[in-house]
Structures are given as structure tokens and as C-alpha cells.
Design a binder for this molecule. Sequence first.
Ligand code: CUA
Length: 335
Amino acid sequence: MTRGSIFKLFAYAVVAGAITTAVAVFIPWLPTAATRQADRMWFSIWFAEIIAIVVFAVVAAALIYCVVEFRVKPGDTSDGPPTHGHTMLEIIWTAIPTVIVIAITIVAAIVIHDNGKAGTNPLVIKVVTQQFTYQFEYPNGKTFNILRLPKDRNVKLDLSSKDVIHSFWVPAFGQKTDAVPGITTSIVITPTRTGYYPIICTQLCGLGHALMRSEAIVLESTEYDSWYASAGEAPAAAAGGTDGKSVYTAAGCGACHVFTAGGSAGTIGSSLDNLSVDAAKAGEELNDFIRSSITDPDTFLAPGYAKGVMPSTYKSSISGAQLDSLVQYLAENTK
Ligand code: CUA
């Protein structure tokens, strides 16, 4: 190879590498990492990314060089010169990918191992999923439908499901874990940035799957401590208390139902705005009608709605007092 052709190859590689690097760097492919675990994952992604950019630049340079230099000349109909394998070249192009794959594997294994470590005193929060809602149970026994986390503390989420497979994913936290009926899965999170982050269910879990969303709020540890202390005494503050509206929100009714007073516009289930009319049609007294529609949803089906869509788990997942206030809340705010 002449010095000129080496220079050309090098120039093609620099141009291809620069374009690919620009695409990788200037388009925000990843959300800003908000946990220590996400930092590690982003590192492993960039580690593989940089290797990929270098490999792409080398391959693209060789390809462009060959296309430009060895293009057939006009009028040349002869065969090309015969070639056969080059043992040293084949050893090199087997050895380099082997080293690359092993290196990526080692980095990924270390990241996965470190991300699973909860430390000695993690904050353990139970995450109970069901169609189509999340419940977060804290060590003091209080349950909320929004996840509040303290910054810079190891948090271990123990996930379970009451019905089908759901999942827990916060893009900025990096990791994603399924909640599987019958077993407990877990995920360790160490938040590093305060703020609001969406929680998304990523397993197709039924008609309301697309609406199965919640929110994680990362607070400074002092703010978290005061929230935790006051939340313990004022159960109705966020959700999971016994006032009807909180139960409505915590149980996730709004994900599936239109209910003007509750500010919800879900379209999976029937509207809750005209329950008196529905009760009359069913020949039931309003409160009884609402109660049985929650505990045994298939008893009175609104026209056009199928059996088995609304979970029949509410009779066990909502306490007696919560059910009473939910029934009362709906009866008072419907037409
Ligand atoms: Cu739960 Cu999708």
C-alpha cells in the first residue's frame, strides 16, 4: 500500500467516525440518568457504543476505499485477478471481535452484579401491581399510589402482582423488572437526582395497559423524612386512606372510567356519571348497585361492555371502610 492510499483510508475512517459520533452524541438517545444504577448502565451502553463507532468507521473506510479505488474502468470486461484467503488477516478478524465481545461481557456482568446490590440497610418498599394500577407499601404499612423515594439511599422494590404479568419501568432509572403473579421479583434503586419521573407498565396486561402509569417522586432525604413522618399520621394525605376520593384515585378507577367529579376520562369501562340511571335499569337501589358493581363487576354489565374486563379483585383489595366511602363518594357525585 502506498502512503497516499493509507492516507485516503484514514481520511474515510475519520469522516465516517465523525458522522457516527455526531449522531450518537448530539441526539439525546438516553434520558438523563437519575440513579446510580442508571449511571452504570449508561456507562456500559457508551462502552459498547464507542467500540461500535470505531468498528463502523474502519469498516466504512475499507468499503468506501474499495468502491472508489477498485471500480471497474469503462470498457474493461476482463475478470478480476484470482485471490485466495489470507491466514494472518483471518486470525486478526477473529481475534479482535473475540476480545471485544469478552470485554463487553465483563463490563455488563460487573454492572449487573453491582446494580443488584442493595447494601446493608435498604429502604424496602412493596410494589403491588394489578390491572391497571400500582400500589406502593412502605415499611410503616401505609400504601400509596405514587412512589416517593429519598435521594442517595438504597431502595429495594419488591414487586408482586395480583393478576397478570405487569412491569415496573422508569426510563430515567434505567432498569425494568416484571411483576409476576406468584413470585416476588426485586429491583434496587439509588436515586441521585430529585424530580418527577414517570412509571410505565411495559407488559401488555389487558385493555388498560396503555393507561397503567404512575409517578416516582425523588425527594431530598430531609423532605422525604418529613413526608414519611406526616404520611404516617395523615393517611388520607396522598391516597390509600379512607376518604372516597382517595380510594377512587388509589384503586385506579379513573384509568378505566369516565367520572367527571373524579376528574377521570378512562374509556375502557362504562361511564360513572349516570349511575342512578344504570341502577334503575338494573332494578337496584343506587348504593347496592354501586357496591355490587365494584365487588362483583360481572353481575350488571353495561351494554357494550364485556365480562371479565374489570378485575374482580376489588372485594379483597379494598378494605370494608374504604369500600363504604368509595360507594358513598360515587353515589354523591353521580347523576
Ligand atoms: Cu400492567 Cu401493562
